[in-house]
Design a protein around this ligand. Structure first.
Ligand code: N01
Length: 539
């Protein structure tokens, strides 16, 4: 018998981790625009990133379809037609597969491949990457495109392993789907995901019990099929749509009103909220300019939504639990919904307040709270993610002198512009903590990061420079700016939000995304590059 071939280390210019929106575009830019040798490694069996995994019932994007797409290619924008105001998960998967096929990207993506470790070798100035299957790669540049919401947070509730029924996390949904008909279902969690899934699950479950820890605001999405007129308007206005998403703080194609809630007469203010409620969607937040910076202004929006909850939900005790919200409107990521509050008027749906009586145990039969037992056949955990840092820190990433990223970030993420970490040369983190990312319409944030990274690498290569990493002083200053930007808003007042890492026990409480606005952040990044990558050390 001949001996097996020796495992070979593949040498690359750049290695990208992840094949979602970010990884696909980063591959295209580095391979086709700069001519680099590039490999993408992806855990999933296909492209799509977060959309590959989040297949739960009702999964749909909260950004409007005509702006939830790449804008780097006007032809691509014109040839792709979305069917609804908000694209559903399968349609987004079709879109991303279309992009991957149109630009022949899949040939450079290795699917079903999880990265175990990435170590920087200073002498060689190369990243050494190992997969869980033991394959090895080295690359000059390492780019993480791992997404912000890709590490499922399954709560550590005692007894889960004894549960006799089936349980699922929404972010790891089975591809074959789940049949709820005739089943007693429990949903834990009322964030954006729970709020999307609950009305759909209620349609087929025998009974649905919702376990709510923190009541949440929600505004109707008013999803509709797109008219032919609208589709035509999109094709004729690709440049304008692109421009609008680049000019607004959240990367959405609508502008924030200049009116202030506090100085608008009460009747007029109410009429504007009514109109925004009828229009639906995340624009509700744009009704007034001061909603996210002035608590008094925010209180007017919060009161309006609470009033809607009491109007919609017929059982006053249920309405009171749903409206008992402990944070300012939109200080946590604001959900939008289709018939969420209406669902509590169904006979087969009940609400359990697990703030008043916490979940204590999962028994073989169901969920036990301090007040009682709820027999269940299926438990759905819509309990969110170890957001932003989780997908990075679960890998063994080591920079100079073997410094582990997890240790460097022990007290919370520290980096420059959300793009690079001191001591980790040539490592770029697409939509990393410290960048606007999750506070923005994601494809807009992603395109900006990917293009900045591409131009930066082109700059290094054109000047025969081998390395870029941030100056630790620039990191300190940026961390201060991220904190200042958050503190100028009401966002930190939602003290248990995932923006702060508060949803994961033991995670440092640091406000992670940059809240100074996408348009402003874009300008900062462009200025840094124009000044010869100020704050970075190039060598
Ligand atoms: O997660 P979440 P998500 N016992 O963390 C509760 C994006 N997204 O998956 O608030 C009981 O927001 C937790 O309660 P509390 C969007 O950015 C986008 O819903 O911690 N309850 C909360 O109610 C979003 O913000 C879209 O007290 C527990 C819920 O679970 C982000 O993903 C669609 C618990 C988790 O809410 C995350 O949303 C959906 C426990 N032990 C999501 N642990 C689109 O645009 C947690 N909870 C498509």
């Amino acid at each position: 018998m001949t001996s097996p071939p020796e495992a070979k280390t593949r040498e690359l210019d750049a290695l990208i981790i992840g094949a979602g929106f970010s990884g696909l575009y980063q591959l295209l830019c580095l391979r086709d625009r700069l001519g680099l040798s590039v490999q993408v490694l992806e855990t999933a069996g296909g492209v799509g990133g977060t959309w590959y995994w989040n297949r739960y019932p009702g999964a749909r994007c909260d950004s409007e379809s005509h702006a939830y797409c790449y804008t780097f290619n006007a032809e691509l924008m014109r040839e792709w037609q979305w069917s609804e105001r908000y694209p559903e998960q399968p349609e987004i998967m079709r879109y991303l597969n279309h992009v991957a096929d149109r630009f022949d990207l899949k040939r450079d993506i290795r699917f079903n491949t999880r990265v175990a470790s990435a170590h920087y070798n200073e002498a060689a100035n190369r990243w050494h990457v190992r997969t869980e299957a033991g394959e090895e790669f080295t690359a000059t540049f390492l780019i993480t495109a791992v997404g912000c919401l890709s590490t499922a947070n399954v709560p550590n509730i005692p007894g889960l392993e004894t549960f006799a029924g089936r349980w699922y996390h929404t972010g790891q949904w089975p591809h074959e789907g789940v049949d709820f008909s005739g089943q007693r279902v429990g949903v834990v969690g009322t964030g954006s995901t729970g709020i999307q899934a609950i009305p759909v699950i209620a349609e087929t479950a025998a009974h649905l019990t919702v376990f709510q820890r923190t009541a949440n605001y929600s505004v109707p999405a008013r999803n509709v099929p797109l008219t032919e007129d609208f589709k035509r308007w999109v094709k004729e206005n690709t440049a304008e749509i692109r421009h609008a998403t680049r000019a607004t703080p959240n990367g959405h194609p609508f502008f924030i009103s200049e009116r202030l809630a506090v100085s608008t007469p009460v009747e007029e203010r109410q009429a504007l909220y009514e109109a925004a409620w009828e229009k639906g969607g995340l624009q509700f937040r744009a009704t007034f300019q001061d909603l996210l910076v002035d608590k008094e202004a925010n209180d007017t929006a919060a009161a309006f939504i609470r009033g809607k909850i009491s109007e919609i939900v017929t059982n006053p005790a249920t309405a009171a639990k749903l409206a008992d919200i402990d944070h300012p409107y939109a200080a946590k990521r604001p959900p939008i919904d289709t018939d969420y509050f209406e669902t509590y008027n169904r006979e087969n749906v009940s609400l359990v307040d697990v703030r008043a009586a916490p979940i204590e145990w999962i028994t073989p039969q169901g969920i036990r709270t301090r007040e009682g037992d709820y027999p269940l056949d299926i438990i759905v955990f819509a309990t969110g993610f170890d957001a932003m840092t989780g997908p990075l820190l679960r890998m063994d990433i080591r920079g100079r002198n073997g410094l582990l990223l997890k240790e460097a970030w022990e007290a919370g993420p520290r980096n420059y512009l959300g793009l690079q970490v001191a001591g980790f040369p040539n490592l770029f983190t697409v939509t990393g903590p410290g960048s606007p990312s999750v506070l923005c319409n994601m494809p807009v944030a992603i395109e900006q990061h990917v293009e900045w990274i591409t131009e930066c690498i082109a700059h290094l290569r054109a000047r025969d420079l081998a390395r870029i990493e941030p100056d630790p002083d620039a990191v300190d200053r940026w961390v201060d700016q991220v904190n200042e930007a958050a503190n100028a808003t009401l966002l930190p007042l939602a003290t248990h939000s995932w923006y702060l890492g508060a949803n994961v026990p033991g995670k440092p409480r640091v406000f992670m995304p940059y809240a100074g606005g996408m348009a402003h952040y874009r300008q900062i990044c462009s200025d840094v590059a124009a000044r010869g990558y100020e704050g970075f050390v190039l060598s």
